[in-house]
Design a protein around this ligand. Sequence first.
Ligand code: GCO
Ligand code: MG
Length: 396
Amino acid sequence: MKINNVKVIVTNPGRNYVTVKIETDQGIYGVGDATLNGRELAVAKTIEEYLAPIIIGKNPDNIEHIWQYIYRGAYWRGGPVFMTALAGIDMALWDIKGKKAGLPVYSLLGGKCRDKALCYTHVSGQSFKEVKDNALKKIDEGYKALRVQVSIPGLDGTYGTVEDDAKELPFVEKWDSKPYLNTIPQLFEYLKSEIDDDIHLIHDSHERLTISEAVKLAKRLEKYDLLFLEDLLKPENKDGFNFIKNNSAMPLAMGELFNSRWDAVKLITEKLIDYIRCDVSHIGGITEAKKIAHLAETFQVKTAWHGPADISPIAHMANLHLDFSTPNFGIQELAEFPKEVAEVFTGQPEFEDGYLKISDKPGLGCDIDEEKAAKYSYQKAYLPVAERLDGSVHDW
Ligand code: GCO
Ligand code: MG
């Protein structure tokens, strides 16, 4: 079997998605997600100009070799654009391998370790009451784990509480650590008496804190028994996690801004986090994710792969195949897609009573309808930026 064509499909059914479709001389094709929110066309161009030409003619069965050839062969390696391009190709190759074998990808990864995968979704609100009401709705739908975010008084557009993808220029959020550090513990104190103890709660700090602020937040939230506190520090500041771990018993998660296993090594091997939550679409795909998961297993770190709506259902299916075949799986993030997404992508993780199910369809179990995709053309969209009250730049 040989790769004879590589297509890049950019579509916007409610938001932008980039899909790689790899076709073979035997009629089997595979699809992969190569969406990098706000930088979609940079990835599309990387695949079309640089990666497609060098894999045409290769045997798609040799995924590891093709991965190494792309990653190391380019000399210039890594970074979000390149690793997302590589991820799209990698996922499509796993899809082909599964279809060729007549097996779901989880089977090729070692088979099922579980019958269902625990998942969490997002709830937010402008007030504590609104967060609680939204949480109770999700609990009614069956969710057993929720990520909760609330607007911070005095700060416009707090992360996780607004529709934030601006079209022409980035949307600007305000940031100040003090009101944030005061408000979040109050939110959990309020939720404690409103939400059943059995529901797992998560909060995402979105890489905005200094080390001391992170310790303060972790200590203040310790008594609320969170499943984990996510992304306290910038991805550059891995040493800072030593200090947090030595000063608090809070379970920590990190990884959505990582681009490879090398970013994750220190946090895993020094047991500085409890959950590794890289994005399968931004770390070079299933091939790299399984290596990270195996490393994490040795150090009793669980997986919680990134699962926002800004990566396509193909990536969500890739997450699921990893979740089912990974012994040290922890939890899967599941965000709601714009409704048009289901027209373009067939096959999404199926939710039932707080868990995700997986089918035994060969490959990844997700496809793209190219005609429908063509109805929704790309629209430029930026991620927001954050600024402090004095107008200086902060991490979003
Ligand atoms: C999460 C993430 C997302 C990111 C988004 C950026 O935990 O799901 O923080 O909400 O902000 O993926 O593109
Ligand atoms: Mg996050």
